[in-house]
Write a protein that binds this ligand. Structure first.
Ligand SMILES: NC(=O)c1ccc[n+]([C@@H]2O[C@H](COP(=O)([O-])OP(=O)(O)OC[C@H]3O[C@@H](n4cnc5c(N)ncnc54)[C@H](O)[C@@H]3O)[C@@H](O)[C@H]2O)c1
Length: 316
């Protein structure tokens, strides 16, 4: 049997694929970037290459998506959907394109699964579905969109719930939050990410326009992946929505300081006033602990930063 992952070459998807493949499972990755795999530097995924099949598919190309899923239909345990344009300063620059990928792309995956009788789907959603709600964010906290990205993640959840209800499907939502760690080079990221994590890669003197006034639960990518795999593998779950994060909020400014302490020098990283994105925090992860046995390994961000630094050192 096999698991198909859309966006399986992305930061989170590549780690989900790695965890499954390390456990000896066959993984079919459908990603628009498949042709570039050899140049992506995903060393952890290259180690399990024998268990991976790569397919170049655009989730907006409904026909190719259908044909690809059809080829593997008989061996599929289910699908993990991880294609999205993620939240950040560039999201609003091409609204129609980005909303289409997130909302229509997700609908295309659900619909293809419906037509082919594939019942189990885990959709990578986001804590953005809570907007700027205050206090600990529990799965029962009402939906609130504070930006376009959040609206796409809410729509992906609503479509999923109604497909499950209407067509007897089992579509589960993993609400992820602020992911960092191996696989993502700070030098390829936006200024706020660079100001926090860049010194681990040797960057210096990044002055971001905002981000200082944000406290949130940055989560090590392997913890995120572990939670998604658990949500996929648990045979029956009592709920459709699960928060998957480290569950511990730390201020962005504190992360800048912790990185500096770890390196033993100041890299002159500065965050400007205001939040990076408007969000509440932290996510309450008790439901995932109780129902999935999810335990974040890097609840203490200092350990996550050390692991990230080790990986980045190995890249140079
Ligand atoms: N990274 C975070 O901090 C974070 C936080 C909350 C939720 N999420 C959600 O988790 C999921 C994965 O995020 P990520 O950080 O791994 O993103 P990513 O940008 O690293 O990966 C996305 C992948 O999708 C592929 N892709 C993009 N458009 C495509 C298309 N039209 N067709 C096929 N493939 C396409 C890209 O090539 C890439 O490999 C997303 O749904 C995101 O919204 C991420």
């Amino acid at each position: 049997m096999a698991v198909l992952i859309t966006g399986g070459l992305g930061h989170v998807g590549s780690w989900v694929a790695t965890h499954l493949a390390r456990a000896g499972r066959k993984v079919i990755i459908c990603d628009m970037a498949a042709a570039h795999f050899d140049r992506m530097g995903l060393d952890y995924l290259e180690e399990v290459r024998d268990n991976i099949v790569l397919e170049s598919v655009d989730v907006l190309d409904t026909h190719t998506l259908f044909e690809t899923f059809l080829r593997y239909q008989d061996e599929l345990e289910g699908v993990i959907h991880g294609v999205s344009v993620i939240a950040g300063p560039t999201f609003k620059t091409r609204p129609f394109r980005h909303l289409s990928i997130n909302a229509m792309g997700t609908l295309n995956v659900y619909e293809t699964c419906r037509l082919l009788g594939i019942k189990r789907i885990v959709n990578m959603s986001s804590g953005a579905v809570y907007g700027d709600a205050s206090g600990q964010l529990h799965e029962t906290t009402p939906y609130k969109a504070t930006d376009l990205y959040g609206a796409t993640k809410i729509s992906g959840e609503l479509y999923g719930d109604q497909y499950s209800e209407t067509y007897d499907m089992d579509i589960r939502q993993a609400r992820l939050f602020f992911v960092y760690g191996p696989g993502k080079k700070p030098s390829h990221m936006h200024a706020v990410y660079q100001a926090m994590f860049g010194p681990l890669e040797g960057l210096k003197g990044v002055h971001a326009a905002n981000g200082r006034d944000q406290i949130t639960d940055w989560t090590h990518v392997e913890d995120t992946a572990q939670g998604i795999v658990r949500l996929f593998d648990t045979p029956a779950v009592p709920h459709r929505h699960y928060n998957i994060s480290c569950g511990v909020a730390v201020s962005h400014q504190r992360i800048v300081e912790l990185v500096s302490e770890q390196l033993g020098y100041d890299s002159d990283m500065q965050l400007g006033p205001g939040p990076f994105v408007v969000r509440g925090a932290p996510l309450d992860i008790q439901r995932a602990r109780d129902d999935l046995g999810f335990t974040p390994r890097y609840a203490d961000i200092r350990e996550g930063l050390e692991d990230y630094r080790r990986w980045l050192l190995g890249q140079s």
